[in-house]
Design a binder for this molecule. Structure first.
Ligand SMILES: [Fe+2]
Length: 522
């Protein structure tokens, strides 16, 4: 599968439209979905070969990965697919093009690695196969290493299809973002719930075909497709891309062969995400850990807290997975040998903090701030063992390194818990005099339902004074604007989740000063 790259003007400077000019293409009534460059070439064809849309990801200063997956019956073993990248939405100036083979063995997915692009600018891309043309997507390269560029991005997570509408994705698509970080639970492997908002066929996923079908269902949504077509993605997984609460090679159900399940689930994940070929899984192993540097502004660390973790402490009898336990009744919670990231990834993170740029953005899966659900006077407090609270000594190691190295601008980003949490991070959460050394924004779910009632969060606030915000009754995502001086966060919330045409509003705003860790309400 050779990638032919055009050298035509790939390195020549091309004037980019100012931000106001770009908005012209993205705003407007039907928002997101009816933008001009999303017009579909395949519409009207008997069989839509691009029914799952397109996406881009892994932006670097000189390139980006372009993704699609061919659809429809009677696809051969190998299908030739052409792609092209242009500096304008009309494709008058094509700066890179190439050919890929979409193979049945990899679900006819395409992962084209466009290279030789200019840093810090918008590009448009499209595919052609079997006489059809895909929708047009817009993507962006990372700024050059010496660039003073600012950053606009969003975090999103937990988009269970059968429990809600992708209203939040319409808002993402119209937000003119440099990238969208998806922090896990892109699909849910579970069988459809009772009385679903939208149907999901096929029962609980175990086989490769079932996982592939699940991605196809999720990716059929036009709002999700529009969001992917509007900006590149940085993606990591959580548990539901494989199975609820899995840890390394242990699942909730100890009788299931997790090595086999992980292998097919990881394969389907790679097939449907804009990852390069170098990340393609080998059996049950796939490395998604990585870093992206954003000019002189930020280093983004992408972590994997599923593949390498120790099993959860003190599970329910005969089961794997999470539990809620009292600290004093579960000595394993205090065992410093247990890790959430695995020893190798933990060391990789500790060695790779950026001490020069003002921001270190940590894109990972779940809530890092300590949350005890009961007064710590009762049995030492009550903790959920699947999150960082189940691996408190590893969390302390991570945060102690941040404190010791005086790592600038550490902002931990997460998802998983279907709630908006904004928090101060301290090395010692039990000591209010312990300095705030980092900030946390754990974004709520796109659709997935809350596991914890709001009343319980409200009740627990007094034991967790480092939580600045905690709402399980909000669906949406979090949008950020970052410059060298401050990071501004907007918690975007779907006003009426039952209504697919609902407004999306800003429920709260926070600011983090680059020189002073800890989010402040704005
Ligand atoms: Fe989730």
């Amino acid at each position: 599968m050779s990638i032919a790259r055009s050298t035509t003007s790939a390195c020549e400077p091309v004037a980019i439209a100012p931000r106001v000019g770009r908005r012209r293409f993205l705003s407007g009534a039907a928002a997101a979905i009816a933008v001009p460059w999303l017009a579909r070439g395949a519409r009207g064809a008997d069989i839509d070969r691009f029914a799952l849309g397109i996406a881009s990801g892994q932006p670097r200063a000189d390139g980006v990965v372009l993704w699609t997956r061919l659809t429809g019956d009677a696809l051969g073993e190998r299908i030739a697919v052409q792609w092209e990248v242009a500096s304008d939405e009309r494709f008058a100036d094509v700066v890179a093009r190439g050919d890929e083979l979409a193979e049945a063995a990899w679900a006819h997915s395409v992962h084209a690695e466009a290279a030789g692009l200019a840093p810090g600018r918008w590009y448009w891309y499209r595919f052609r196969a079997l006489g059809q043309q895909s929708a047009v997507g817009r993507t962006r390269t990372a700024p050059a290493a010496d660039s003073a560029a600012t950053l606009r991005f969003a975090i999103a997570s937990c988009q269970r299809f059968d429990v809600g509408h992708y209203t939040a994705w319409r808002d993402v698509a119209s937000s003119s973002l440099d990238f969208v970080a998806f922090l896990g639970d892109y699909i849910y492997e579970s069988a459809e719930r009772k009385n679903p908002v939208r149907g999901v066929a096929g029962g609980e996923a175990f086989s490769l075909e079932q996982y592939r079908a699940r991605y196809a269902t999720y990716k059929s949504d036009p709002a999700l497709q529009a969001a992917h077509a509007a900006a590149p993605g940085l993606v990591v997984w959580d548990d539901h891309e494989v199975s609820n609460d899995y840890a390394g090679f242990r699942g909730e159900n100890l009788a299931v062969d997790m090595r086999a399940r992980r292998a097919v689930a990881y394969r389907a994940y790679w097939e449907h995400m804009p990852f390069p070929r170098s990340v393609r899984p080998l059996d049950a192993d796939m490395r998604i850990t990585g870093r992206v540097d954003w000019g002189r502004l930020a280093r983004i660390h992408l972590l994997d807290d599923r593949q390498y973790r120790d099993p959860q402490a003190c599970p329910k009898p005969g089961r794997g997975g999470s539990n809620n336990v009292l600290l004093n009744q579960c000595p394993a919670l205090a065992d410093p040998a247990r890790t959430l990231l695995g020893a190798e990834q933990e060391a990789w993170l500790a060695a790779g903090w950026d001490l020069e740029r003002p921001w270190n953005l940590v894109a990972q899966q779940t809530l890092m701030a300590r949350v005890t659900w009961l007064d710590p006077a009762v049995g030492g407090g009550a903790y959920w063992t699947d999150g960082w609270d189940g691996y408190a000594p590893a969390r302390r190691r991570l945060l102690a390194t941040v404190a010791a190295k005086k790592v600038p601008g550490v902002v931990v980003l997460g998802g998983d818990v279907h709630s908006n949490y904004v928090a101060d991070l301290r090395v010692d959460f039990d000591d209010e005099r312990s300095a705030v050394i980092a900030s946390e924004f754990c974004g709520t779910s796109i659709t997935s339902l809350p596991g914890v009632p709001q009343a319980r969060i409200d009740q627990a606030r007094e034991y967790n004074p480092h939580l600045r915000y905690g709402r399980s009754d909000e669906r949406g995502y979090v949008r950020f604007e970052v410059d060298a001086r401050e990071l501004r966060a907007s918690l975007r919330v779907v006003e009426r989740p039952a209504d697919p045409d609902s407004n999306v509003v800003t429920a709260a705003r926070f600011v983090v000063d680059a020189a002073q860790p800890g989010p402040r309400a704005a």
